[in-house]
Ligand binder design. Structure first.
Ligand SMILES: NC(=O)c1ccc[n+]([C@@H]2O[C@H](COP(=O)([O-])OP(=O)(O)OC[C@H]3O[C@@H](n4cnc5c(N)ncnc54)[C@H](O)[C@@H]3O)[C@@H](O)[C@H]2O)c1
Length: 270
């Protein structure tokens, strides 16, 4: 992400509080979203995976003039209980929640899905990448008595075959279905649940996928805009979904990928 990233500042999120789950470093999608929300006046609490990440995440959070950081390993109920109890203690209620978390083993993110997906690897990918969102929806909704907005991050590998994406594509398909069912359950409470399907972006997660760089270059070269997916676009869409601008939108998966998802056959120039 460029240091000179210019975000539209304003007060769209003034007086609104929310939880950002999934900042690991300055390249994390959750961090781009957090910056945009902060630039519009939101107050944020950050959950992070564990002590090992604190050194990287703390200076980022402090650069926004904020300091609410809570460790939360989504695969550990006690850790999630403590994290959401801390958020409830601090604020009582929240207005939005961003889930930007996924995991699959490196050995699973290459070659043949049929050969490389183990029982344990499948369970872990589904637990961390899908169940954790359902869990976050339940816990987040308990803190949204006046309604709110919840979102997660997905990828085209849920809908189409993408090299090496394998079990994560299966998990993302589950995540997109979970988004729709959560939107059904929480909609009557005034809570909107949606997902952003981002194009490939240079983050820690992408580095774990064999051939991740070519997912980025193909995503750019074949896209309608002939451009990389920009963090500003993802963050702007998140602001839209989490703010009053996104009212009446629920159970939706919005592609922010320079139009890559719409391409059936790429131009060859012939
Ligand atoms: N980078 C891309 O190309 C791309 C494209 C579309 C969607 N996404 C999705 O965006 C989301 C964020 O990924 P990113 O690309 O910003 O990478 P990232 O590595 O910066 O973020 C992934 C986050 O998941 C967290 N996480 C993993 N296991 C966890 C656990 N047990 N408990 C708590 N947190 C845990 C990590 O700490 C990290 O903060 C993921 O859902 C990813 O699948 C990424």
């Amino acid at each position: 992400m460029a240091d000179d990233w210019n975000m539209p500042e304003g007060e769209l999120m003034k007086g609104r509080r929310g939880v950002i789950m999934g900042v690991a470093n300055q390249n994390s999608i959750a961090w781009g979203i957090a910056r945009q929300l902060a630039a519009q006046g939101a107050e944020l609490a950050f959950t992070y995976q564990g002590e090992a990440l604190e050194r990287r995440v703390r200076p980022l959070v402090e650069s926004l003039g904020m300091n609410t950081m809570i460790p939360a390993d989504v695969s550990d109920d006690a850790s999630m209980d403590a994290a959401f109890a801390a958020i409830a203690d601090k604020w009582g209620s929240i207005d939005f929640l961003v889930h930007s978390i996924a995991f699959a083993g490196k050995e699973e993110l290459q070659g043949s899905m049929v050969e490389n997906t183990t029982r344990d690897g499948f369970a872990r990918a589904m637990e961390i990448s899908v169940y954790s969102f359902i869990d976050a929806c339940r816990r987040g909704a308990q803190l949204m008595p006046d309604g709110g907005s919840i979102m997660c991050m997905t990828y085209l590998g849920a809908e189409r075959v993408v090299p090496s994406y394998n079990v994560m594509g299966v998990a993302k398909a589950g995540l997109e279905a979970a988004t729709r069912y959560a939107a059904r359950d929480l909609g009557p409470k005034g809570i909107r649940v949606n997902a952003i399907s981002a194009g490939a972006m240079r983050t820690l997660s992408l580095a774990g996928i064999r051939g991740g760089k070519s997912l980025m270059s193909t995503g750019r070269d074949w896209s309608l805009l002939k451009d990389d997916t920009q963090m500003e676009g993802v963050a702007g869409c998140a602001l839209y979904l989490l703010s009053p601008l996104g009212q009446s939108i629920a159970g939706e998966v919005i592609h922010v990928d320079a139009g890559f998802h719409a391409v059936g056959v790429p131009e060859t120039g012939e």
